[in-house]
Design a protein around this ligand. Structure first.
Ligand SMILES: Cc1cc2nc3c(=O)[nH]c(=O)nc-3n(C[C@H](O)[C@H](O)[C@H](O)COP(=O)(O)OP(=O)(O)OC[C@H]3O[C@@H](n4cnc5c(N)ncnc54)[C@H](O)[C@@H]3O)c2cc1C
Length: 380
């Protein structure tokens, strides 16, 4: 049976960067994915992801985000120029909304630059948006979007170049501990490894079933609309934006693919996942069309039915923890097993730093990064 230093289950956002980091440090690595990332069956589908340094969710994400940005900028400079687009992220809402309050507070606490715009200033500077007069706009300028395909291409190719053995379209059926080693089983056979890293996204609860992780998988619907006023929606003319009600958000148009629009705070729970994921329905799309007409009217031709102007609608999965923070820890019974799970709909931007931390823990047993707040122990 072949033996490795580290086996990885799941080569999506977190697992692919973990493979790259481990292989770069000279470890022998085997990684498995049941599909062929990037794909649209898990949590990284939908072409783009936002990044921002102003982080309202927990203060300890800010140093992790700064470190992740160092990685992203280095990888972009080393030959993946499409990785990052600096568009800024514009948050819009009433002054007392948790979104606006949170952004203001995080910027103040961490000394991060933020531009404060009145509703009129937002309308003048970004004609795509029509916020109500009582809304404030906060523009995080150290922010923008990540191209998902470019990111995964970069991590998977680098991992391979550095010697990692990556098996795509190969589902892991189970794992067990034998002595100090871990055995990983697929239909094609078994492999041995000194360490196991589980980064299986929405499937993590099933793969780590004995831990009874408090994970809830939620179906999110993403849509793309062809802009009626394309010049208002190009990077440079429009930032990534989020409106406080429902955290209704969107991205500028990239490469003529349409403007991506969705809700962060809505979505149907899928208890007992893995279960079939229902496709987008009219009930998902009608509220979106209403909010587009209210907040981003230049996206639609007023003389045509909104949904006729939709280019595509797809699903994507959030894996939520009860407190919205990731879980990154060692298996309480088997310390050679590490896992990163429950990225709660905001984890992509952290993928390179999560890879660095999982590699630290797998090879050194410790990390300098501030990740104690993400430990499982004593949290739920
Ligand atoms: C609609 C939507 C919008 C988002 N927007 C943002 C955003 O703007 N910014 C941001 O930072 N984050 C965002 N996120 C969150 C981010 O995309 C996720 O947190 C991130 O992709 C999770 O990474 P992961 O590695 O845990 O899961 P995935 O990227 O899904 O990877 C898990 C992998 O494990 C594989 N796998 C599972 N089971 C097995 C098995 N048995 N054997 C082998 N392989 C297996 C799967 O095939 C999959 O490829 C968004 C997510 C969604 C759904």
């Amino acid at each position: 049976m072949p033996g490795y230093d580290v086996a990885i289950i799941g080569l999506g956002a977190m697992g692919s960067f973990t493979a790259m980091e481990l292989a770069g440090r000279g470890a022998s690595v085997i990684g498995f994915d049941r599909f062929s990332p990037p794909h649209e069956k898990g949590s990284h589908g939908g072409e783009t992801r936002a990044f921002r340094t102003i982080y309202t969710e927990h203060p300890d994400y800010v140093p992790l985000m700064k470190r992740a940005l160092e990685h992203w900028e280095r990888l972009a400079a080393e030959g993946s120029p499409d990785l990052l687009t600096w568009t800024g992220v514009l948050s819009l809402g009433e002054a007392d909304s948790s979104l606006i309050g949170g952004v203001r507070q995080s910027a103040a606490v961490h000394g991060l630059p933020v531009e404060v715009l009145s509703a009129d200033e937002v309308r003048r500077r970004f004609p795509a948006f029509t916020p109500p007069g009582n809304f404030t706009g906060l523009l995080d300028t150290r922010a923008g979007l990540i191209d998902v395909a470019a990111a995964l291409d970069c991590s998977l190719q680098a991992a391979r170049r550095l010697g990692a053995d990556l098996k795509l379209d190969r589902e892991v059926l189970g794992w067990s501990v034998e002595g100090r080693e871990v055995l990983v089983s697929t239909r094609e056979g078994r492999v041995r490894a000194k360490r196991l890293v589980v980064t299986a996204g929405a499937w993590s609860g099933a793969i780590l079933r004995a831990l009874k992780l408090p994970l809830l998988v939620r179906r999110q619907v993403l849509t793309w609309f062809r802009p009626h006023r394309p010049e208002w929606f190009q990077p440079g003319a429009a930032p990534v934006f989020v409106f406080a009600p429902g955290a209704f958000y969107g991205f500028p148009e990239i490469g003529g693919a349409g403007v991506k629009i969705a809700y962060h705070e809505k979505g149907d729970p899928l208890p007992g996942f893995p279960v079939p994921v229902p496709p987008p329905s009219k009930a998902d799309l009608v509220p979106l069309a209403r909010d587009i007409a209210r907040f981003v009217p230049g996206l639609l031709d007023p003389d045509r039915p909104p949904l006729d102007q939709m280019l595509a609608a797809k699903t994507c999965l959030y894996t939520l923890t009860p407190d919205g923070h990731f879980i990154l820890d060692r298996h309480p019974q088997h310390d050679q097993v590490l896992f990163g799970a429950g990225l709660s709909g905001h984890g992509f931007k952290f993928a390179p730093v999560m890879g660095e931390v999982l590699a630290d823990l797998a090879l050194e047993g410790k990390t300098e990064r501030p990740v104690d707040f993400l430990r499982l122990e004593g949290r739920f």
